[in-house]
Design a binder for this molecule. Structure first.
Ligand code: NAD
Ligand code: TDX
Length: 354
């Protein structure tokens, strides 16, 4: 079957990886990417698809009712994959407005327009239609020393970012129960891999290390994240679209719980191997800095449901995934250099006082 994917936020980190994945995976798939091209959107990440007749790009805002309605009517998607969001916790501390606009109101607009489209479909088309909402494990809050987030864990978001994502998850759920829109939600852990905007931990460490600058570790570096290689995440989203039960949510994680300090040491070790310094280790640049306000202590995902019900498991180990990722950034310095020539220069964000 020829599937038409209406992707939002496809010029961002995970969206771009997903578009490359789906175009490669499904020979007949067509993709329309609606992206506002905020600071985080980067058309360079999709440059190799510029002349691909199966890929189309439209710059625009998911909050714009007329634009979204027109595009849906024109493109007639089989599947909507919703990545578009403000995604950086530190930025949500300094300026929550855009998080409320895009993550909550933008998702609301998308649901409203998707419902209109869905209601006009034939019975067969309705059977195939899916709205997949990409969300985060941060909606569940922070864990103590043990236990994992399951799909049953109550929501307890702590940052403006996670609160806005939690709101969007609730709206998506309500559109299923109230209007019968065939939605699916995935809640995943921290992604890493190619094309990540260099405000997030992994590229921050790689590029500061190569520049000979301090490597900023928040607090004492003992906070834990569960790292998921972005291509494993893309496979999970694809599997949920194909086999997931509508109205259900699926947690996606990499089974890679690490402290931030372990992650930073891993990156330094790989850089020492790939690009040794004349003397000493990149780890000598590690610097402990003031903690993030409201910093969640630990995230860990129980990915048992998607494993049991949809037969999905991560293929990449922490070691193999980080090796590939660091190598990718070393091989693609131009991609990053262009970003860092703009407004953002790896400076610290998110220190607003509570
Ligand atoms: P990103 O910040 O790299 O990309 C977001 C994209 O959305 C950008 O291309 C941006 O231009 C676009 N966008 C923002 N506002 C828009 C608007 N109003 N209209 C249209 N486009 C808009 O984010 P990412 O890391 O790729 O995350 C994608 C999704 O996955 C988000 O919903 C995020 O909450 C979720 N998520 C991310 C992670 C992670 O580790 N990165 C983990 C769990 C969940
Ligand atoms: O310079 C840094 N130093 C540091 O110690 C940065 C940028 C981060 N950190 C810490 C904070 C976190 O404990 O590293 C950890 C990871 O930080 P981020 O890369 O900012 O990710 P996080 O806040 O965990 O959120 C990410 O995963 C869940 C994504 O940005 C979210 O979009 C996703 O929902």
């Amino acid at each position: 079957m020829k599937i038409k994917y209406f992707v939002t936020g496809g010029a961002g980190f995970i969206g771009a990886n997903f578009i490359h994945y789906i175009i490669g995976e499904e020979p007949d798939a067509r993709v329309l990417n609606l992206d506002k091209l905020t600071y985080a959107g980067n058309p360079d990440s999709l440059k190799s698809l510029d002349s691909n007749p199966r890929y189309h790009f439209r710059q625009g805002d998911i909050c714009d009712p007329k634009l979204v309605e027109d595009l849906l009517v024109e493109f007639q998607p089989t599947v909507i994959v919703h990545f578009a969001a403000e995604s950086h916790v530190d930025r949500s501390i300094d300026g929550p407005d855009e998080f409320i606009n895009t993550n909550i109101l933008g998702t609301y607009n998308l649901l409203k327009q998707a419902r209109k489209l869905h209601e006009g479909l034939s019975k067969d088309q309705k059977g195939n239609f899916r709205f997949l909402h990409v969300s985060t494990d941060e909606v569940f809050g922070s864990l103590g020393d043990s236990g994992c987030f399951s799909e049953e864990t109550p929501y307890a978001p702590n940052s403006p970012y996670s609160a806005s994502k939690a709101s969007s998850d609730h709206l998506v759920r309500a559109w299923f129960h109230t209007y019968g829109l065939p939605v699916l939600t995935t809640n995943c852990s921290n992604n890493y891999g190619p094309y990540q905007f260099p405000e997030k931990l992994i590229p921050v460490i790689v590029f500061n290390a190569l520049d000979g600058k301090p490597l900023p570790v928040y607090g004492d570096g003992s906070n834990i994240r569960d790292w998921l290689y972005v291509e494993d995440h893309c496979r999970a989203i694809h599997r949920v679209i194909q086999k997931g039960e509508t109205g259900e949510t699926y947690n996606v994680g990499g089974h890679n719980e690490k402290t931030n300090l372990e992650v930073v040491h891993t990156i330094c070790g790989l850089l020492d191997e790939f690009r040794p310094k004349p003397s000493g280790s990149y780890a000598d640049q590690i610097t402990f800095v003031k903690d993030r306000p409201g910093h969640d202590k630990r995230y860990a995902i129980d990915a048992g449901k998607i494993g049991r019900e949809l037969d999905w498991r991560p293929l990449e180990s922490f070691e193999s995934g980080f090796r590939k990722t660091v190598q990718w950034y070393l091989d693609n310095t131009e991609w990053v250099k262009k970003i860092l020539d703009g407004d953002y220069r790896l400076e610290r964000i998110g220190l607003e006082k509570r």
